[in-house]
Design a protein around this ligand. Structure first.
Ligand SMILES: [Zn+2]
Length: 308
């Protein structure tokens, strides 16, 4: 991974530059555009980070230790457009690729769980299935409702959609009705603040509103408790964590680091940018020996039975 780092950093600088140009030129454009950080340092949070394969069955791990539960972050799922910029392509998947990734997860023996299940594992020692993965979507783009949501339903996977409430119902963004439909279908709605700022840069007096009011607005409209928060741009500090706890969230998704989670970092859960191709996805989520042996065993059994 390290030998690729200079190239990744160079590519990310290009992405940042491209994003700045897009932002200036297309502020009114309704087509999905990534809300990406403005500095290369922050942009690196969106880079892929190598993760361990999670060979150890989760149910056998102790809930007081760290555990490998990749939290994937998706931004854009929609058909590709010929004029898509590099910044968009770096975060975009076609519906076909997304569907292929979802089908692959089951085939490779992974189990999609919710943030609540991870919280229960750490706080109440409730066992997790083997090879757990969490799916999340950021920023509330309408395309996520149009293209990704039906594929999640088709594959019977729960996901959490982190919404910044000022965007709800705006052109190009998910509406309240969409959120209610997704919630009824088993999706979880989390808060991504009111206005998607760098929380470490906003005045202390507005932090409470960004973190607490967004939760209350979602709860009032959806009629459920909103328990998960995702820091915009993965940007936070200890004071912000304290406010997230005070507002009553049960966990928060933080930096883009790895798939490793630990009980003392429930408000700094580590995220992974979702790979944009099936090949990269399969590399990140390898089929382990156990699943391979199961598959071979099934084939051998079928062959033996059919030859009898
Ligand atoms: Zn965001």
């Amino acid at each position: 991974m390290s030998r690729y780092r200079p190239f990744i950093q160079a590519a990310l600088c290009c992405v940042v530059l491209a994003v700045s140009i897009i932002t200036l030129a297309n502020q009114q454009q309704s087509r999905t555009q990534p809300l990406v950080p403005s500095s290369s340092e922050d942009q690196s949070r969106y880079a892929e980070v190598a993760t361990t394969s999670g060979e150890m069955p989760a149910a056998m791990a102790s809930s007081t230790m760290s555990i490998n539960v990749p939290i994937l972050v998706y931004h854009i799922v929609r058909p590709a457009y010929p004029d898509d910029s590099r910044a968009v392509r770096a975060l975009a998947l076609t519906p076909e690729t997304f569907d292929a990734q979802m089908m692959y997860l089951a085939r490779a023996g992974y189990h999609v769980i919710s943030f609540a299940a991870l919280e229960d594992y750490f706080k109440r020692h409730i066992a997790l299935p083997e090879k757990p993965v969490i799916l999340s979507f950021d920023d509330g783009w309408k395309d996520q409702f149009t293209y990704a949501f039906p594929l999640l339903v088709k594959n019977k996977y729960p996901a959490t959609f982190f919404i910044f409430t000022n965007s709800i119902g705006r052109h190009g963004f998910i509406s309240w009705e969409d959120l209610q439909i997704m919630q009824s279908a088993g999706m979880t709605i989390g808060s991504h603040s009111l206005s998607h700022p760098y929380l470490t840069r906003v005045a202390t007096s507005t932090l409470w509103g960004e973190i607490n009011d967004s939760k209350r607005i979602l709860e009032q409209h959806l009629g459920v408790s909103v328990n998960e928060f995702a820091y915009p741009f993965g940007n936070y500090n200890p004071a912000i964590i304290a406010i997230v706890k005070k507002a009553g969230y049960r966990s928060a998704r933080g930096d883009y680091e790895s798939g490793e989670q630990s009980p003392d970092r429930l408000y700094q859960l580590s995220a992974l940018n979702a790979p944009t191709t099936t090949a990269l996805f399969e590399k990140k989520f390898p089929i382990t020996g156990y699943v391979m042996r199961q598959a071979v065993g099934t084939i051998l059994q079928t062959t033996t039975t059919s030859s009898e």
